[in-house]
Write a protein that binds this ligand. Sequence first.
Ligand SMILES: [Zn+2]
Length: 127
Amino acid sequence: MVQDSSAVEFGVLGLEVTGVEEVLGEVVVWVQSPGGQAVFCDGCGCRARSKGCREVVLRDAPFSGGRPQRVVWNKRVWVCPDARCCVGSWTERSGLAGPRRVLTGRAVSWAVDRLAAVEGSVASLAR
Ligand SMILES: [Zn+2]
């Protein structure tokens, strides 16, 4: 069961926790945006059609207790229904992580903080 604080953090990012599992000592959290929201094309304003989802695996800052954490974001893919529109398809975005990133934003912050710590070193950070 995910702790409330973690669920709230994902909520702030517009995502909801759909599952939590511990796999080989690592906490794996599945998240996705709530369904049922109308999404519109940035190019022409048409209402987008769903093209399913794509799983994106992100390394996250350690879970409470210091255990490694991975986030599996079931990212929604949208397509513009207007064939004349140049936008085509796109995946949703969130403050969780930028496009094509493998670390969440808070994992990056955590790593930078660790690096800045007195006892921190590149080798200890890699662990
Ligand atoms: Zn469009």
